[in-house]
Design a binder for this molecule. Structure first.
Ligand SMILES: Nc1ncnc2c1ncn2[C@@H]1O[C@H](COP(=O)(O)OP(=O)(O)OP(=O)(O)O)[C@@H](O)[C@H]1O
Ligand SMILES: [Mg+2]
Length: 258
């Protein structure tokens, strides 16, 4: 049974928005200070690509997911857990939030297993320890999660951050799952942002190739998360105030409801 936590907002901060002149971290700190329960999951695709290039480790994408060799996995873990997670926790702390960084390995938070030989050390999620998160939330902490899973007994795996956010939201029955990315929402073939998306339309857009690349795991995660009754939103994290406005009930970006 999932742990019910209908007051929690899970926010996925896209690697694509990190370092942009936005207000996401201020908004997260303000939300926590206003008494909201907030979980942050972050990506880091662009920085990982950068470091893999610098270190001359080859990698390629298969259906929007990064195929990960043993060598690439070390870079993925180092960048996500070492660089980006520590930076985010420090920046949230500087803005007055009580944030604690962890990845899916910590406390067995995200259990996973390898599932596709083409992808190497990429995990699919088999379980999320929602209790660990609710304990942290009860203690007044903002958990900041790097998307690395644990394959029993001791193998870290690379997992798409959108997928982690979706499964985390589902495990704790979060009220809101907000994807902050570098576009205004999911766009149709003409480039117009889709306000509301249902499963039938998503299927058609996917078949037509309109939902592509990084949007594939995001849309899948939205539907996974909303099966439990919550609301998922994909919006532009680079626009100041986006998170605040969403939590205040404004209709921004693309919404997916069960
Ligand atoms: N139909 C679509 N509508 C909008 N964006 C789309 C669509 N199909 C593909 N995309 C691409 O998806 C990108 C967003 O996903 P991407 O994985 O790059 O960012 P992210 O998930 O926010 O960051 P990270 O993967 O680092 O966490 C957009 O910049 C856009 O290029
Ligand atoms: Mg992505």
């Amino acid at each position: 049974m999932p742990t019910t936590d209908l007051k929690t907002t899970v926010i996925k901060i896209g690697g694509s928005t990190l370092g942009a002149e936005d207000t996401t971290l201020e908004d997260v700190a303000a939300l926590q200070q206003a008494g909201e329960r907030v979980v942050v999951v972050h990506g880091g695709g662009a920085m990982i690509t950068d470091w893999l290039d610098k270190m001359q480790v080859p990698s390629e994408f298969v259906d929007g997911l990064r195929s990960t060799s043993a060598e690439a996995l070390n870079v993925v873990v180092a960048v996500l857990r070492g660089v980006i997670n520590a930076q985010l926790v420090a920046q949230l702390g500087a803005r007055g939030a009580r944030a604690v960084g962890l990845c899916g390995v910590d406390g067995g938070l995200v259990r996973a297993e390898r599932y596709d030989p083409r992808l190497g050390y990429v995990g699919q999620i088999t379980g999320v320890n929602g209790e660990l998160l609710t304990d942290l939330l009860d203690a007044g902490v903002v958990p900041v999660i790097a998307p690395i899973g644990l394959e029993a007994p001791d193998q870290p795996l690379n997992i798409n951050a959108d997928t982690v956010a979706g499964e985390v939201a589902r495990a704790i029955s979060a009220k809101h799952l907000v994807f902050l990315t570098d576009v205004d929402g999911l766009m149709d073939a003409s480039g117009a942002v889709i306000d509301r998306l249902d499963a039938t339309r998503a299927e058609a857009l996917r078949a037509a190739g309109t939902i592509a690349g990084g949007m594939i795991p995001k849309v899948e995660a939205c539907f996974r998360a909303t099966e439990g009754g919550g609301l998922a939103i994909m919006a532009n994290g680079r626009t100041p105030g986006t998170l605040r406005r969403i939590v205040d009930g404004e209709q921004l970006g693309t919404r997916i409801e069960a």
